[in-house]
Ligand binder design. Structure first.
Ligand code: FES
Length: 142
């Protein structure tokens, strides 16, 4: 069994996923320690560069976690975020980083169990992908 513990940045919408993470914590639901939550007002605010910068700075994976369809407080921010993530995944495949390192997920504020399960599943996926090759290349160059 690998001792690789991925670092995963979660850009979490304040109205849903961030609250769901809080609910997970209050319910004492476990999710991996490598999860790093960045609170954003809406996933529509998550620029592609934020995701790329997280990977450049050493994250092994990135989740963009927004409201359910029809529930975005800024009308269609989650749909815009989903489109950005789709384009990013194509780019990540083209540059051999791997599209599996970035995902868009959606949940409601009360879904603490969904947040915890999503975090566990995504970390397991990233664990199978292995360490972020950018981080590995940077440590080789140092
Ligand atoms: Fe949650 Fe837009 S307000 S994704």
């Amino acid at each position: 069994m690998s001792d690789f513990e991925p670092v995963v940045v979660v850009f979490a919408c304040d109205y849903c996923a961030y609250t769901a993470a809080d609910v997970a914590g209050r319910m004492n639901l476990e999710y991996p320690a490598g999860i790093r939550i960045v609170r954003v007002p809406c996933t529509g605010k998550v620029d592609s560069l934020y995701v790329l910068r997280a990977l450049e700075k050493g994250a092994d994976g990135v989740l963009v976690a927004g409201c359910l369809d029809g529930d975005c407080h800024f009308k269609n921010g989650n749909l815009r975020a989903a489109a950005r993530v789709k384009a990013l995944k194509r780019l990540l495949d083209e540059i051999n980083i791997g599209s599996g390192r970035v995902e868009m997920v959606q949940m409601s504020a009360g879904q603490g169990a969904v947040f915890a399960e999503t975090a566990r599943n995504f970390v397991a996926t990233v664990q199978e992908l292995g360490p972020n090759p950018i981080k590995h290349a940077a440590s080789q160059a140092a």
